[in-house]
Design a protein around this ligand. Structure first.
Ligand code: ZN
Length: 77
């Protein structure tokens, strides 16, 4: 896990957070980074089977609002 990050834009303190998706029935999920090119499936949107995937952590600068994304924990998809 990345803990202390300085903003590369203004040097301010970056606060840890995440971006979520609203899925079916307002079920909220953290976004996931998936390795490779997106390949569309008629039935399920984009294919994710057997792909390398990580949860996306988003850090927000408390001074200028800049967002930076990091991936540390492998995700089950
Ligand atoms: Zn900043």
């Amino acid at each position: 896990m990345v803990t202390e990050i300085e903003c590369s834009n203004c040097g301010g303190k970056m606060l840890r957070g995440f971006i979520f998706d609203r899925g079916h029935y307002e079920h909220k999920e953290q976004q996931v980074w998936v390795e490779g090119e997106p390949e569309r499936s008629f039935w399920s949107g984009v294919k994710t089977r057997d792909r390398n995937a990580f949860s996306v952590d988003a850090y927000r600068c408390s001074d200028c609002g800049r967002l930076e994304f990091y991936t540390t924990e492998q995700a089950d998809i």
